[in-house]
Design a protein. Structure first.
Length: 256
């Protein structure tokens, strides 16, 4: 049982016993304190059209994808997001593929943040458009390049690669589990061809508490068979959204 579950059941118990004000206060306090609670965390950073996901665990902070570049000069959206929440050094950066909305912010990050471990991606992505920009930025910052394989990935990650070496279907499937109760399955921008390949070739199929849906929820990805296999065939909201919803419900009920 995770922390949000404990808060929910405690508040529900207090609500049922007539202590509605206390229940609402606990939920409201948790809502504000949740971003500062220490321990393994998975945070979806607001970078506009693109992906940037920060995993904080025992092995340090790992950034999965870096969102788009800045289109107006200055730092990229992901750099702004990291600095807004006080993130300094990173252990690793993991790029699922080299589309601009997934790797565009890396030059800004490497100019302003120390990356101690390395930048990880598939070796085949060296031939992707604009890969040279990533390599030059890594060289300027003195950050090593590391290649993801079925046997080699950042600490806390397990990755599987398809035989597709170009385009969105080359995105690896990766399971990250910074703790026994916190896990997420990354899919990059893979389409149905890659999803079907993974369904056929990975046994047992990895399951996680959170599924990062492929290609931003595009209709070309996340087919029913794939969602069912991951165990994430239903819509799930984040802990923060769930707590906010409960607070509003309890406060509205209290006014009746």
């Amino acid at each position: 049982m995770c922390s949000s579950d404990l808060v929910f059941y405690l508040s529900l118990s207090l609500w049922s016993s007539g202590k509605k004000g206390i229940a609402a206060a606990i939920l409201l306090l948790t809502l504000f304190l949740l971003p500062w609670i220490p321990g393994p965390r998975i945070e979806m950073l607001d970078v506009g059209q693109g992906d940037a996901i920060l995993i904080s665990g025992q092995s340090g902070k790992i950034l999965v994808d870096t969102g788009p570049p800045s289109f107006h000069g200055g730092s990229s959206p992901v750099t702004h997001a990291l600095e807004t929440v006080g993130i300094g050094d990173l252990e690793h950066i993991f790029l699922t593929h080299f589309d601009q909305d997934h790797r565009g912010g890396i030059e800004s990050i490497l100019a302003r943040h120390k990356v101690k471990g390395g930048i990880w991606f598939r070796e085949e992505h060296l031939f992707a458009k604009n890969a040279v920009r990533v390599l030059l930025a890594a060289e300027r910052a003195g950050v090593p390049i590391r290649f993801i394989t079925d046997q080699n990935s950042p600490t806390g990650f397990k990755c599987w690669l398809t035989p597709f070496t170009e385009g969105n279907n080359s995105s690896p499937l990766c399971l990250a589990a910074p703790s026994s109760q916190t896990s997420i399955l990354f899919t990059g921008d893979m389409g149905s061809a890659a999803e079907n390949w993974y369904l056929t070739h990975i046994h047992p199929f990895p399951k996680a508490r959170i599924l990062k849906v492929a290609h931003h929820g595009s209709s070309t990805s996340s087919n029913f068979a794939f969602l069912s296999k991951t165990g994430r065939s239903e819509e799930h909201t984040s802990e923060l959204q769930s707590l906010a919803y409960l607070v509003c419900r309890l406060l509205l009920e209290k006014k009746k």
